[in-house]
Design a protein around this ligand. Structure first.
Ligand code: GLA
Length: 391
């Protein structure tokens, strides 16, 4: 199950290295990775790319040129404390990776890195996990260190928890590292094991980015996790994997309305992932679409992590309808903004794209960033510039 990434090979301190890490969508299994549930993410053809040149110093320099502005920062290896000044907080992703890499005993070697991206930040497509993963690959490649996907995912997750302040699960970091072209991962977050599952070749995947920047660091994500911990305390259980819907019904009064609904989302979403996987294997578009819709409704009503823009996009997709080729649609990622995904028959993808764009600009008065995506391989590092068409 677990495998090594593209091996960095022997350290070559003279040569420029290129690391490339994709974003991810999640087909289903939302807000249950941190509860040990199964999830179904896939790497997409939007990437963070880092070009890094060794500089034989005890610091690294980072220049980013995405989001319309160039930013430069310098991180001394002798000072790997998290930055607190607002303008410097973006460096914390890198500092976190440097900190945990050195804590594990790896020597840090200086380099100068230029980072570019066609992965929109704040769009629920895991730009931060991609950034962490690519940066970690650069660091290891220059130092000649090898690490498995899972080891790297855990390191990046720690950086996210302790330096970026987001108590995320492990889904994004594994998806970014372990993605396989044309497939989604069936990832068991309890066992931290995964297998690959193919999408029918006649189905296309459409991503619609609301442009509402979600910020998982702002507290609501953490609140959801705390509410789930509270459910476990009240029910004196160790894991959500122990519950059925009936258990929750029996304990409805003890939980109260809010915690009951949070728990109902988690338990029902865990069931839906298995059912969706079965539907996918049978290429049963009708059932697959049904579970995607139910997942969105549960996130909207029980877990309350959707927003008006996401709901409108999902409603528009279902208005477009299965008779015109829609399979299903839902929000993807942490929510509070970000993106929706729609599965649609290949021949109808361009029509659905137009339909969503038109409805969205009429309703919200701004353009929708909507694109058909391919599922791609996970992150890698090497001595040559990767041939990415979208950058
Ligand atoms: C964010 C987190 C993930 C996961 C999703 C919701 O993307 O980083 O760990 O919890 O939200 O499914």
């Amino acid at each position: 199950m677990e495998r090594c990434e593209t091996a960095p090979g022997k350290a070559n301190l003279e040569t420029t290295v290129w690391a490339v890490a994709p974003g991810r969508i999640n087909l289903i299994g939302e807000h249950i990775d941190y509860l040990g549930g199964k999830v179904m993410p896939a790497a997409i053809d939007r990437h963070i790319v880092i070009e890094a040149t060794p500089i034989f110093e005890d610091f690294c320099e980072v220049t980013t040129d995405f989001g319309g502005e160039e930013r430069k920062g310098r991180i001394e290896f002798s000072d790997l404390r998290p930055r607190v000044a607002e303008l410097e907080k973006w460096l914390n992703y890198f500092i976190g990776i440097l900190h945990f890499t050195s804590e594990e005993g790896s020597r840090l070697s200086g380099f100068s890195a230029r980072i570019s991206s066609d992965l929109p930040p704040g769009a629920g497509l895991s730009s931060s996990a991609a950034l962490e993963t690519a940066f970690s690959l650069v660091l290891d490649s220059i130092a000649g260190v090898e690490r498995t996907v899972l080891q790297r995912a855990r390191l990046c997750q720690r950086a996210e928890h302790e330096f970026a302040g987001v108590p995320c699960g492990i889904m994004d970091q594994i998806a970014v590292g372990a993605g396989r072209a044309g497939t989604a991962l069936c990832l068991d977050c309890d066992k931290e094991e995964w297998s690959e599952i193919s999408l029918p070749s006649s189905w296309a995947l459409l991503i619609a980015d609301t442009g509402v920047q979600h910020s998982l660091g702002d507290g609501e994500y953490r609140k959801r996790r705390e509410q789930c911990d509270r459910v476990l305390q009240i029910l004196e259980a160790d894991s959500f994997l122990e519950f059925t819907q009936e258990d929750l019904e029996r304990n409805r009064d003890a939980l109260g309305d809010l915690l009951f609904r949070r728990a109902r989302h988690a338990v029902s979403e865990m069931e839906r992932v298995d059912l969706f996987a079965e539907a996918l294997e049978k290429q049963d578009a009708k059932s697959a679409g049904h579970y995607l819709r139910a997942s969105h409704e549960s996130l909207r009503d029980d877990y309350e992590v959707s927003c008006a823009e996401l709901d409108a996009l999902v409603d528009s997709a279902y208005e477009f309808g299965s008779e015109r080729g829609l399979i299903g649609s839902r929000m993807t990622g942490g929510g509070f903004g970000g993106s929706t995904i729609s599965l649609v028959e290949q021949d109808s993808a361009a029509l659905l794209q137009e339909y969503l764009r038109k409805n969205y600009s009429e309703k919200f008065g701004r353009e929708l960033n909507c694109f058909i995506t391919r599922l791609v391989d996970g992150a890698s590092v090497g001595p040559v510039q990767p041939p990415l068409v979208t950058l």
